[in-house]
Write a protein that binds this ligand. Sequence first.
Ligand code: PMP
Ligand code: GLN
Length: 379
Amino acid sequence: MREFGTTVFAEMTAMAVRTGSINLGQGFPDEDGPAAMLARAVEAIHGGFNQYPPGPGVSELRQAVADHQKLRYGLAYDPDGEILVTVGATEAITAAVLALCEPGSEVIVFEPYYDSYPAAIAMAGAVRRAVPLRVDGGRFAFDPAELAAAVTPRTRAILVNSPHNPTGTVFTPAEMAAIAALCREHDLIAITDEVYEHLTFDGVPHVPLATLPGMRERTVAVSSAGKTFSVTGWKTGWICAPAELISAVQTVKQFLTFTSAAPFQLAVAYALRHELEWVGALRETLQGKRDRLMAGLAAAGFEVLRPAGTYFVQTDIRPLGFADGLDLARRLPELAGVVAIPTQVFYDEPETGRHYVRFAFCKKDSVIDEAISRLARLG
Ligand code: PMP
Ligand code: GLN
């Protein structure tokens, strides 16, 4: 694991703390989730719900996830056997890769990729095949021919993250259809990271890959409460998949963590049932913050790409006279008192992402405004 070192998020947040900079790097909201949900967690703790819950997860949460998938997407999962509660989406993805890939199996990822994917693939002794997302028509997109060319006889799975971190891309119906067709043709498993499923803008819907023809039976769908309910520190996630895939992943999960924190599961079950209106309001608010940060970054001289989802904006730094995003991100605290994330660290081939820097907008308007006024110094 030597090549993985310290994650860019830990490095950049430490830099923000050390230099007193505004942290638009690591993506975490600076306001709490719904009050009634927070109260449920406290009640659960005071109510003595503090010992090991069942390995697959507390039944209330498994049932709430099943109902959410059915009501929102028309996807039916049996809460007893087709749903597994995990320690965030991170454990879900790692356990899925460990469970379903043999050493030497190939896993396709889109780059820039979320940083835990290559690490999970390496831990499984599997091999990643990266398909680049490139800016095309104002958004990051892949070339379906390049995706198809990445499949080999050893390809076992494809990791699909939509809405996509760090680019903010939501794959179009045509892109999803191309991914699904490839999975069916080559009998691949799709591991879908849907942690931003509720955070899409401008009326763009989130369409789970499992809803496409022939996909439910080969999809391991992952989500988590962190982004949906603004509780990234709760590390409560889940997987929906056919029973035999869940059973394999659960076998791995038993020995990674055995089970997941008990009181948060009851609180998240409550939130999935009763707080989706709150999430709708969060989405509206975030869309306004996106527009606010995009306008400020554009005024500061960045070329700004409009994200359709997540809470991240990608910027091209070349109009400001900078060439290297990693170099700029490391100097940004000193130049402007702001921290951001260089996009190139999420590519196997850093050159493709060299000119891009990611800024998070899940922050109070006053924080965004202060960051914008500081970044105006760059021009
Ligand atoms: N996948 C993506 C794309 C993410 O941005 C994150 C961070 N929220 C995760 C997975 C990890 O989620 P969790 O904190 O639930 O483990
Ligand atoms: N998902 C968060 C981001 O992309 C970071 C999570 C982490 O620090 N590992 O900013």
